[in-house]
Design a protein around this ligand. Structure first.
Ligand code: MN
Length: 195
């Protein structure tokens, strides 16, 4: 991702986020990740591997398992694939300053279609309507990401009605820990300070 927007926004002598210079090696099923990010405003960054980057959306309220909930998802810059494992504290004054943890992670299957035909994830992204079947720890089953007409960069994330839809679950509030380290935001912050 040479000279990408991702790199231009960051000073890698100050932040310990991945530099995006590592060669991407896409193999197996594409990556799905949601990172909880305690920045100026707490939000959840959902990322889907499309090609050799992570397409990214910031979701202020986080994902829901309730099909009646439509969650605003604001498109953000592509991130490098190795960002999917990033946890840490982005220093004050840097872009996205605040604590990051891996709230959910796994793989996904692209289920996007157009006129009954399978559509590649790339084409679905361009079209502004992506259907994915998630295989995460906290989120499973089909979700739709749909670009709204009202504003550029604004999408909606909606759970599809399937066996994983559950209006009683609210994983954003009841399942707050990292799926890769078991840490809370507080725990990540504390450990990074002690490094
Ligand atoms: Mn973020």
């Amino acid at each position: 991702m040479k000279n990408s927007l991702y790199q231009k926004k960051r000073n890698f002598s100050k932040t310990d986020e991945p530099t995006g210079s590592q060669r991407a090696r896409p193999e197996g099923w594409p990556i799905y990740v949601v990172q909880k990010h305690d920045a100026t405003n707490l939000h959840y960054d959902m990322r889907l591997q499309i090609g050799d980057v992570l397409k990214s959306w910031a979701i202020p309220k986080g994902p829901s398992t309730d099909p009646r909930e439509k969650r605003l998802a604001i498109e953000t810059e592509d991130h490098p694939l190795d960002y999917a494992d990033y946890e840490g504290v982005i220093p004050d004054g840097e872009y996205g300053a605040g604590t990051v943890l891996v709230w959910d992670k796994g793989t996904y299957e692209n289920r996007s279609t157009l006129d009954g035909r399978q559509l590649s994830a790339e084409d679905a992204f361009t079209k502004g309507e992506i259907i994915v079947n998630l295989h995460g720890y906290k989120l499973q089953g089909e979700y739709a990401l749909i670009k709204t007409n009202s504003n550029q960069g604004q999408w909606l994330l909606v759970k599809k009605r399937d066996s994983h839809a559950d209006a009683r679950r609210n994983p954003v509030s009841t399942e707050q820990k990292s799926v890769i380290s078991g840490r809370t935001l507080k725990g990540v912050k504390k450990e990074e300070k002690n490094d």
